[in-house]
Design a protein. Structure first.
Lengths: 316, 213
């Protein structure tokens, strides 16, 4: 246990250092290039860095508060993400009770099951019970207009915002021999790799980006950013092997999978935004847009990372 | 004690409104209104005035008073507490035959006491598929009585989805309140022209999908 605290402390120190450096660079850029706040790229960069501080501090507090802290944090994230997602869907009056059930029953129950460490029911609660229950509740009102579209949207909202997101704290339930009491570091590994991959893709893209990789989906993403970002995130992940149950090579492979899932998750969520004609999912985080804008890549990589780790390393 | 309870209740309402709707103001280019104003808004839900109240900066929020129907807000002790003590509403009698005082006079008096007002010129909640009901004449009479007060149009989006008619559990969805440029009654402008202009100014703030429905 004491080595866990020691590693966590080192990790927090490292993250604090990186953020401090970023803040410093941001301030210098602002001082040199945008003293009157006229350069929107630099203003946005600084807003993002400030938001990073808040997010890092929130996650650190949750980690220190322990299992309940992490569960509460992610339950809140699921709630806020679901609120953003459903706002953009074609709900009708007839869906009212199905929606209320999704927010006030499905979200708390999914995290309650994690708290009870009921893995069996946790893993099927949404894809089996919620998916069958939602259309049943909606159909009672008898409104058939757009029925399949409405139900599919609500199911996907639950899948993305609740089911997938809950696999981040689910990492705490794994039982890995020789890694007891250190599971919270798996969350740190996942979040650090996926977020750094996002940031590094942005940085590489800004520095060397020439060729657009998906002009219809996300005009700011480039091949150079993608390759540079995924490669550097893979290397950083390998370098973080000491906080995981993996060897350096295994940690690198895991980081590669996480970064790839995160990248494609970002593309999928961009496609939904384009279809709905919005630029951001919401306005919760200054400089980043909505919560889903920051969570999209985590959400896609979390279940895959969870199941790979569970299949090869965990006893339960 | 009652004032403390009212403040506490107001704090809880603010927290609840934000948790359910994450409500956000979209201001006119000039930012939050600086002058005394009558905020006139579309009306689809009992919670409409709460959203406008919630997004105003605290300094403006303390001065704003919703205009509401006395028939609804005096019906029970709880509603009376919420209407009078928490929100300090200007309670008007909507049915002409039951009136013992003039609504326009009451609103004008509140303005003379330096309050700002939240006012729903449709007169009643819009439960139709139209984006906006035709305005009643109250806004015109108020503008005539106090021509030097800014009339600020505010479009409340999505709250009717949060709590449709007849439901009692709110569904969390993101709401916005869009503030437009202030209007005033122009010299020689007649009732019809003014009301048409005010309706158009409010409707222009509606998100595209809503106004085309």
């Amino acid at each position: 246990m004491s080595t866990t605290w020691h590693d966590m402390f080192l990790l927090l120190l490292g993250i604090g250092g990186v953020l401090l450096l970023a803040s410093l660079v941001g301030r210098i850029l602002q001082w040199r290039l945008s003293p009157d706040g006229s350069n929107s790229t630099i203003e946005n960069l600084n807003a993002r860095i400030n938001a990073w501080w808040i997010m890092a501090i929130l996650i650190a507090i949750a980690f220190i508060a322990g299992r309940v802290g992490v569960l509460v944090l992610f339950a809140f994230c699921s709630f806020a993400a679901l609120r953003e997602f459903v706002t953009l869907t074609n709900t009708r009056r007839a869906d009212h009770w199905a929606l209320a059930t999704a927010f006030f029953v499905v979200v708390p129950l999914q995290y309650f099951l994690l708290w009870k460490e009921e893995y069996g029911i946790f893993s099927v609660f949404i894809p089996v019970y919620a998916f069958l229950l939602m259309p049943i509740i909606a159909v009672i009102r008898g409104d058939t207009h757009n029925f399949l579209v409405r139900i599919a949207e609500l199911q996907w909202a639950l899948m993305i915002c609740v089911f997938c997101a809950s696999h981040v704290p689910a990492l705490l339930t794994l039982n890995i021999p020789g890694f007891e009491g250190r599971n919270v570091l798996l969350i740190a590994f996942l979040v650090i790799v996926v977020q750094l991959s996002d940031v590094l893709q942005y940085v590489w893209g800004k520095l060397f980006g020439r060729t657009k990789i998906a002009p219809n989906l996300s005009p700011s993403k480039t091949v150079e950013g993608f390759v540079g970002g995924v490669a550097s995130a893979t290397l950083i992940g390998a370098g973080l092997w000491w906080i995981t149950p993996f060897t350096p090579v295994q940690a690198g492979i895991m980081a590669f999978v996480i970064a790839m899932m995160g990248f494609f998750g970002g593309l999928v969520m961009s496609a939904i935004k384009r279809d709905r004609g919005v630029k951001d999912w919401g306005h919760l985080i200054d400089g980043h847009g909505g919560l889903i804008d920051r969570l999209d890549s985590v959400v896609f990589s979390a279940p895959v990372f969870f199941h790979l780790t569970r299949y090869w390393w965990s006893l339960s | 004690m009652k004032a403390f309870m009212a403040d506490l209740f107001a704090g809880v309402v603010l927290l609840f409104a934000r948790a359910i709707t994450a409500v956000r103001a979209i201001w006119d280019e000039t930012g939050p209104p600086r002058r005394q104003s009558v905020y006139f808004a579309n009306h689809a839900s009992h919670g409409d005035f709460i959203l406008i109240w919630a997004v105003l900066p605290p300094r403006l929020r303390r001065r704003v008073r919703p205009v509401a129907g006395a028939d609804y807000w005096l019906k029970s002790p709880l509603r009376r507490f919420i209407g009078q003590d928490v929100f300090n509403a200007v309670l008007i009698q909507r049915v002409r035959e039951e009136r013992d005082n003039d609504p326009i006079e009451m609103m004008a008096q509140a303005l003379d006491e330096h309050a700002s007002l939240i006012f729903f010129p449709e007169g009643t909640r819009n439960q139709t598929d139209l984006p906006l009901l035709p305005f009643k004449t109250g806004l015109f009479h108020l503008a005539t009585a106090r021509p030097d007060v800014d009339l600020v149009p505010v479009w409340i989006a999505n709250l009717n989805r949060v709590m449709p008619k007849g439901e009692f559990v709110p569904v969390p969805l993101i709401c916005t309140t869009t503030f437009g440029a202030p209007l005033r009654l122009q010299a020689g402008e007649d009732k019809e022209a003014f009301i048409e202009r005010a309706q158009a100014a409010l409707l222009a703030l509606a998100p595209k999908s809503e106004s085309s429905q």
